[in-house]
Design a protein around this ligand. Structure first.
Ligand code: ADP
Length: 238
């Protein structure tokens, strides 16, 4: 079995006359944390959308666990273990964190198991003790972690996070990095799409830099941070 869990092969995406992706090829290894960065307009969001299946590439392929999923709708990819946390969170503010988790858990588990499973997910994302609080009383960071909880409720193999540290305090950002490492240590492959290099630095993960819809550089974070060309196109622009 290949150690690659997800691969983009020569992906192009054209919107009208705009080439959002222009021959992007990149592989995500099974079990890694992989950060995807790049300046505004580099194609990160478009790449994210083609991975999860809300946009189809104009040409090229997305291969997930050895299967060509380019034309597979998002919900079918989710059933195969690919989960997403979007930047904008959608939680039920008047329900508790536990109750919010009932919703995704109900799809896969018998009713009798759901409260215990929901409590376990809440603890996994560092929110033990908040079980009975309506979500509107949680901090922004806690709401982000609960939202990650919703995304991992079905025990995905691959978790995609879209700018998970956006709008968080320094301390919350550090806790988010810890949470990502913790999930990864339990076997989950994690892809983090991020604009903020500071957060990526704290993850110290393999990093791909996109520029003009292509893979511009790839390597361990320290290599990327030391790469003069990357500094020029990315850090200079940030
Ligand atoms: P990033 O997330 O790195 O900022 P995007 O994927 O959002 O980059 O955008 C890449 C390029 O594609 C940009 O030039 C953007 O304006 C363009 N683009 C993205 N989505 C659309 C769309 N729906 N229609 C037209 N152009 C788009």
């Amino acid at each position: 079995m290949s150690d690659v869990i997800l691969e983009a092969r020569d992906v192009h995406k054209v919107y009208g006359g705009v080439r959002a992706l222009n021959g992007l090829s990149l592989s995500i290894r099974q079990g890694e944390i992989h950060c995807v960065v790049g300046p505004n307009g580099a194609g990160k969001s478009t790449f994210f959308k083609t991975l999860i299946g809300v946009e189809r590439p104009t040409t090229g392929q997305i291969i997930y666990k050895g299967e060509d999923v380019t034309r597979l709708p998002a919900f079918r990819r989710a059933r195969r273990g690919l989960s997403v946390k979007f930047q904008n969170i959608s939680l039920f503010a008047e329900l508790t964190g536990l109750q919010n988790l009932f919703v995704p858990l109900r799809r896969n588990h018998p009713k009798s198991e759901i409260p215990a499973r929901a409590a376990a997910v809440l603890a996994r994302v560092g929110l033990a003790g908040t079980e009975d609080l309506p979500v509107r009383y949680l901090s922004h960071g806690q709401q982000q972690w609960l939202s990650i909880g919703l995304s991992i409720a079905a025990d995905p193999d691959l978790l995609l996070l879209d700018e998970p540290a956006a709008g968080l305090s320094v301390e919350e950002t550090a806790r988010t990095a810890d949470l990502i490492r913790h999930l990864n240590a339990s076997g989950m492959t994690v892809i983090v799409i991020e604009h903020d290099m500071g957060f990526i630095r704290s993850l110290r993960a393999r990093t791909s830099v996109l520029h003009y819809g292509r893979l511009f550089a790839q390597g361990e974070f320290d290599e990327i941070a030391a790469n003069e060309e990357v500094r020029r196109i990315y850090l200079g622009a940030a």
